[in-house]
Ligand binder design. Sequence first.
Ligand code: PLP
Length: 391
Amino acid sequence: MTATSTAASASPAALLGVYARVGPLFVAGNGAELVAEDGTRYLDFVAGIGVNALGYNHPVVREAVERALGTGLVHVSNLYRTEPGERLAEELVRRSFADRVFFCNSGAEANEAAFKFARKWSGKTEIVAFSGSFHGRLFATLAATDRPEYRKPFEPLVPGVRIVPREDWAAVDHAVSASRTAAVIVEPVQGEGGVRPVDPEWLGFLRELCDSRGVAIIFDEVQCGLGRTGTLFAYEQTGVVPDVLTLAKPLAGGLPMGAVLLRDAIAAALKPGDHATTFGGGPLVASVALAVVRTIAEPDFLTGVRQKGEWLAARLASLAARSPRVREIRGRGLMWGLELAEPAAPFVTAARARGLLVLTAGANVLRLVPPLVITPHDLERGVAILEEVLA
Ligand SMILES: Cc1ncc(COP(=O)(O)O)c(C=O)c1O
């Protein structure tokens, strides 16, 4: 863990200004901490927005990268076979409802692919998404994302995508059409939309509705999947099994990777040439992802996430009971939102000034998604800072 000597001269001026980058220049990381240029350590409850499930500098990631590089294969075309991608697909199939896996490079790409697969399988075109959703920034995923400020400048988006009120039984019954709807897409726990676990009963209703109308259910587990909620997949806690599931963020330990998991019934509709992406599932990223998935899927690892999650839930509940600023807390495992009675952004700034990185999820929600490997001591330290900031 060494700071680079060139860091001091770096400037964001040449980067496209689509991010409002704030705070220090980070030059290193270890565990749940990021280290700034001046040596200041920040406790990181952002974790790359849910990417760094194993934190920074984790031996599993390091060793997997080094081992994979030892083969000399960073990339091999998907026109040929390589072992890591095949093994990773087998691992994901073995541990889920799915029969087949398609690899890509991001969450938005995984959802775009899922839409295409559902269209090809169903022969229908419409997609139904829900209020508060976030599924990505590409044209179809943006059409399924309930953020007017993100959508407006780029319209027209992909037609045939409808956003209906979430957990509204009548609205979904009306929107899902046997003749037009190819798929519905839903996050088992909405992330960007304010950390909102979905009502399992409504999800069960949605499952029945889709079954009776020949519509695929896509679960977007890009943010809430892979251990974040205390089970390998978030759907395991809902009692509902999807037809298609998308993953990304933590999958390859910080390297870019997305995946679409699907049942044979849908997979059978796809043939060579129907979809592709040059880098998807290359040997380096797949090797690292295999190591990450195996680590997270260990029963002891997931038990640890659940135990830390229960502790965090109790501490946040007690904080909420004492603080008039906190209206509600919501979450599962190590994915929590604090709905405030006022804008959340100033508290993000105040926490950073005290050495804690947190983020928002919409205007009034503070979001906490620490690395899953965070120690109880670091979790305690972070919550103590949060308490100071909200006092
Ligand atoms: C639930 C969900 N889906 C999709 C995405 C898009 O993922 P990416 O930024 O990798 O395209 C995100 C990103 O925040 C997400 O939270």
